[in-house]
Design a protein around this ligand. Structure first.
Ligand code: HGY
Ligand code: MN
Ligand code: MN
Length: 412
């Protein structure tokens, strides 16, 4: 592969990073004009790599590079094209751009393999707009829950309305589902979003498993009142109760090995400086490598939230709005990723992923594998997220080597 492949990948990541709802900070959300512009740009790169392209029923961008003859089952590569708010440039995008670069290298060699290759740029992995996550990969896996079509964004638009506005049919999402027989495996290249590879001085590693996750929406309802006249002992302050619950998330997860809990968003109403908060809504994001531990901690937290509310004579409503089980990367794929890393003269190192990835949804219809690329200081979900050109190139070389030597399960 030409040495400038890393430059090309990082250049394209920068081009995508310029497509944002906010010129000052990268934010590209599901079913927005920015998603459409990014999808069109990615499709043009796919077409330049001899791929046939389409937008599926939920807005995923799909490029297909046929194998030795048309219609063969595909090795599916890819990642997501949506971002968090004030995001880094590489989370998701590196995987899509690198996969396209690998197909482009095959096409330039006129190489056709005994399988097709599909590259998917998923439309919504972060779940910023509607709270649930992995909507794109769930649609491909056939596990999209139509109930979430009624979920509303911060402006009150439902997912169904947003799909129609984007030119998609909310009733047609089932058409995005793929059959297990169409897909040989799903392999995603992604930044590590953690400091391990950098600490070990490794440019890449292989993923052993992806932690399971759930998201909870909590609403604490008390009684708004005059900040100057309601005696402290008679208050039903929703925010002080919520604060007690937020600290409970932190203390419970600190007490558990290998469990992380985050309250990432919290809304106070009515939100006036001289009014006792009447209602607070906040989110909880809970993750652990072991599902049983995650589910136990979630149940304990929901019970503690109910007890805090009862003790303060307030009301608490907790709703689990998203759950995905831990996703193991399967040994036969891990072995081939390790082989590709070794072929690049790098010691293969395996690590688990605390971050969620589309493989958690794709595992419903395909075995999954992942390649991690080192990122500076492990920073992610932050504008300082960065990858060196050299590491981007090494990641691409490993992925291309994996593709060229890929042996579908049972072919070994
Ligand atoms: O939240 C995550 O772990 C991923 O970035 N969606
Ligand atoms: Mn992310
Ligand atoms: Mn990601």
């Amino acid at each position: 592969m030409p040495h400038e492949i890393g430059e090309k990948i990082c250049g394209r990541v920068e081009e995508l990073a310029a497509i944002s709802e906010d010129p000052a900070k990268l934010t590209r959300i599901f079913l927005t004009p920015e998603q459409r512009r990014a999808s069109e740009l990615v499709m043009s790169w796919m077409q330049a790599a001899a791929m046939a392209t389409r937008l599926d029923a939920i807005g995923n961008v799909i490029g297909r590079y046929e194998g030795a003859w048309p219609g063969l089952p595909a090795l599916v590569l890819g990642s997501h094209l949506d971002t968090v708010r004030d995001a880094g440039k590489y989370d998701g995008m590196l995987g899509v751009v690198t996969a396209i670069a690998c197909v482009e290298a095959l096409a330039s060699e006129g190489m056709r393999l005994p399988f097709a290759i599909e590259v998917i740029g998923f439309a919504d992995e972060e779940g910023v707009r509607f709270g649930t996550t992995m909507l794109g990969s769930r649609a491909v896996a056939g596990t999209f829950d139509p109930d979430c079509l009624g979920r509303r964004d911060a402006d009150g638009f439902s997912m169904a309305e947003a799909l129609r506005t984007f030119g998609l049919d909310p009733g047609g999402i089932a058409a995005a589902a793929r059959r297990r027989t169409d897909i040989l495996a799903y392999v995603e290249l992604h930044i590590e979003q953690g400091p391990v590879l950098e600490t070990l001085g490794l440019p890449v590693g292989f993923v052993t498993s992806i932690s399971g996750a759930n998201r909870v929406e909590v609403t604490i309802t008390g009684e708004a009142g005059h900040a100057g006249t309601v005696p402290m002992a008679e208050r039903k302050d929703a925010l002080t109760a919520a604060a007690q619950c937020v600290l409970a998330v932190e203390s419970r997860c600190r007490a558990e090995p290998d469990c992380v809990g985050t309250v990432g968003s919290l809304q106070v109403s009515p939100g006036a400086i001289n009014v006792i908060p009447g209602q607070v809504r906040f989110s909880i994001d809970l993750r652990a490598a072991e599902d049983a531990r995650r589910r136990r901690v979630t149940a304990q937290l929901l019970a503690e939230i109910a007890a805090v509310a009862a003790d303060r004579k307030l009301r608490a409503e907790s709703r689990v709005i998203h759950e995905l089980a831990a996703a193991p990367c399967v040994p036969w794929l891990v072995a081939q990723v390790e082989r590709a890393i070794l072929a690049e003269g790098i010691a293969p190192f395996g690590l688990s992923s605390g971050a969620g990835h589309d493989g958690m949804a794709m595992m419903e219809i395909a075995d999954i594998g992942m390649i991690f690329v080192r990122c500076a200081r492990g920073i992610s979900h932050h504008p300082d997220e960065s990858v060196t050109v050299e590491d981007a190139e090494i990641g691409a070389r490993v992925l291309l080597c994996f593709i060229k030597d890929f042996e579908p399960k049972g072919a070994l």
